[in-house]
Design a protein around this ligand. Structure first.
Ligand code: 6R9
Length: 643
């Protein structure tokens, strides 16, 4: 690689003395974890209220299925709600809800306790008992969070299914988990329209043997079909139930939730998370990574509860820490592209956590939009979901963070349950685009195919070589697949294979390069798709780029790039293609020059915002398209193919 490509690796943003002075994290955190990792987690678990103390921090004798805080019992919902009320903070706002049509509601911790208790009483009346599964198919409204917490309170295992998924996707998840109750809404608000949701739930539930009831929140006020005896209105049941409920404690390893995530095969995997270890790491990471100060900060994680980020950093992390947070129902451009910035201004959001894809969208819309708002309340920014390209990182800090807010680039997965690799604000000097280092208490390595640990300058696979409290405990109903997917690659070593490529730079900073199936091999040179994407997006005319490796007779793989131009950038055809290819050559190396580059109007994305590289590879290699069912808009291919 040329030195130009590594310019951003030289750029370091040390924490300001001002931030460091009040930061939650101090150097003692790493020192404590280094001295005794399990004792460190023992201390972190004491952030929570336990009904029974544990006898052992970790039991790894049944690896790769861990038991954390053995024998300990607790109630997760009590930890997220009741204890804040009991500590005298019942009047603190837990949720500032901002509905898409402009309706708003603020729920204090007192309100949340009453709502969760009502829902818990209703679920009990429906005959649900600890261990039963409940599917939650709802948009971002407070009742969705209340439903999750009511499940946790009763020891019911929830399975949240993103409300953008089809009825078929819901059905397969309901069947796999044998859910007895499905909670949904009549309809949800999307870009000013009330879009029906209950019909999809009805279709999914039709003939589903396990389902006894469908509980429906009236959100959009639209007509719905009704199945007497099966369907229940939330306002006729939950809202009429008693607001008093005494929680019972459950074992630390009681299953809290199942969350389905796509794997390499067609069938989604039901990732299982349990209670004590999960909540410990959710609470610990939310406190230190976001430098969260309860009662002072206004926190906003823009994820949807349909994804793991919504589970850990909207529900369990922030609420266990007594946070005040914003929950927004809609899309960032409803009714205009100003919406997020209006919300930040209105509530004085101080911690903002989002995904690189949205940051690049903001860049595309232009900085005059955020510049029109007072964003001075922001003091920390977070990124999650994919590698953040240095260009987007710098823009985020400069435009949203007033050139001073620390950025935490947080690497983790549905399977890890909580953040694993991230800078610690106030401690870590950050580099644009690098996740930097494992958190205190977490152990990771970068290794090669032969399980050799790589050091500075090394480029290989990311593995987790020690168990961690929030780790998945398995795949629902398929223990064998759990072992094969994550533990067979480095079976002798007993390492968890994350499926991501990573490298250490010359200073020892850790860079996550993206999924290993996205790492290309060009004439024996390993080049990450995200490296080339970063190079392309650093060109002033490019808003967004997706890069795939396509089979190539001479070089093994060839690089194929798809780019979206910025507003106002002129497409000069072949001249532009040459300009962009040359730019990549300058930024990285001539070997990283895309073989083919296509300017397209849109990129195919999953509903969680990840670019579907698999489909782009199909296009690049001239194949029939594979499964497009998880795409937001399968029609984008007509436009791309038109090229
Ligand atoms: C939390 C979440 C997990 C995959 C993961 C990796 C990518 C997430 C990242 C990142 C680089 C980061 N990923 N965060 N890559 N830097 N900060 O997104 O979970 O939906 O399961 O995705 O996302 O490839 O393996 P999930």
């Amino acid at each position: 690689m040329t030195s130009a490509a590594q310019d951003h690796e030289q750029q370091v943003f040390p924490p300001s003395a001002e931030f460091a002075a009040t930061a939650n994290a101090g150097p003692e955190l790493q020192a404590a974890a280094d001295a005794d990792r399990l004792a460190f987690w023992d201390t972190q678990a004491q952030r929570l209220d336990w009904a029974t103390p544990w006898s052992e921090v970790l039991d790894w004798s049944d690896a790769p299925v861990a038991k954390w805080f053995v024998g300990g019992t607790l109630n997760v919902a009590y930890n997220c709600v009741d204890r804040h009320v009991l500590a005298g903070n019942g009047d603190r706002v837990a949720i500032h809800f901002e509905g898409e049509p402009g309706d708003t509601r603020s729920l204090t911790y007192n309100d949340l306790l009453a709502e969760v208790s009502r829902a818990a009483n209703t679920f009990t009346d429906l005959g649900l008992v600890p261990g039963d599964r409940v599917a939650i198919y709802m948009p971002m409204i407070p009742e969705a969070i209340v439903s999750m917490l009511a499940c946790a309170r009763l020891g019911l295992t929830h399975s949240v299914v993103f409300a953008g998924f089809s009825s078929a996707a819901l059905r397969s998840r309901v069947d796999d988990a044998e859910a007895k109750l499905v909670i949904t809404v009549d309809g949800q608000w999307r870009r000013g329209q009330a879009a029906p949701l209950k019909p999809a739930a009805d279709e999914a539930v039709h003939g589903a043997a396990s389902v006894e009831h469908v509980l429906v929140v009236k959100r959009a006020g639209i007509d719905v079909d009704w199945t007497e005896g099966r369907d229940l209105w939330w306002h006729e049941t939950v809202e009429k139930a008693s607001p008093e409920h005494t929680p019972q404690a459950f074992d630390a390893e009681h299953p809290l939730y199942i969350l389905y995530t796509s794997g390499t095969t067609g069938k989604p995997k039901g990732i299982i998370h349990t209670s004590g270890g999960y909540l410990t790491q959710a609470s610990y990471t939310h406190h230190y990574v976001f430098d969260h100060k309860p009662g002072e900060d206004v926190y906003w994680c823009t994820a949807d509860i349909g994804w793991v980020t919504g589970h850990t950093y909207i529900v369990y992390g922030p609420l266990s820490n007594g946070a005040t947070q914003v929950v927004y129902e809609g899309t960032p451009n409803a009714p205009t592209e100003h919406r997020h910035f209006e919300i930040i201004e209105k509530y004085g959001v101080s911690i903002y956590y989002t995904a690189p894809t949205l940051i690049r969208t903001f860049m595309k819309w232009g900085r005059e939009i955020p510049d029109a708002h007072d964003l001075s309340s922001i003091r920390l920014l977070g990124s999650v979901g994919e590698p953040i390209n240095p260009e987007a990182w710098r823009w985020y800090r400069e435009v949203i963070g007033a050139g001073s807010a620390p950025i935490v680039d947080t690497w983790w997965q549905t399977e890890t349950g909580a953040i694993m690799i991230s800078p610690l604000p106030g401690i870590t000097a950050t580099k644009p685009g690098a996740a930097m280092a494992p958190l205190p208490g977490i152990s990771a390595k970068i290794v090669d195919d032969e399980a050799n640990s790589l050091g500075k300058g090394g480029n290989g696979y990311l593995v987790l070589d020690e168990p961690w409290p929030a780790m998945l405990r398995g795949i629902w109903g398929d223990p064998q697949r759990y072992r094969e997917t994550y533990w067979s690659r480095y079976e002798d070593q007993g390492w968890y294979f994350a499926g991501d490529g990573a490298r250490y730079d010359e200073d020892g900073a850790l860079w996550v390069l993206g999924r290993v199936d996205d790492v290309m091999n060009i004439s024996g040179h390993r080049i990450s798709t995200s490296e080339v994407e970063s190079a392309l997006v650093s060109h002033p005319k490019v808003a967004e780029a997706a890069v795939v490796g396509a089979a190539d007779e001479t070089t093994g793989q060839g690089i194929v790039a798809f780019v979206i131009l910025r507003e106002g950038a002129e497409n000069t055809g072949d001249a532009l293609v040459k300009e962009l290819r040359d730019h990549v050559a300058v930024e990285i190396s001539p070997i990283a020059k895309p073989r083919q580059l296509m300017v397209v109007p849109e990129l195919p994305k999953t509903r969680s915002g990840k670019i579907m590289r698999r489909l782009l590879r199909d296009v690049a290699e001239g194949r029939e398209l594979g499964d497009t069912s998880t795409l937001v808009d399968p029609k984008v291919f007509d436009a791309i193919r038109g090229k």
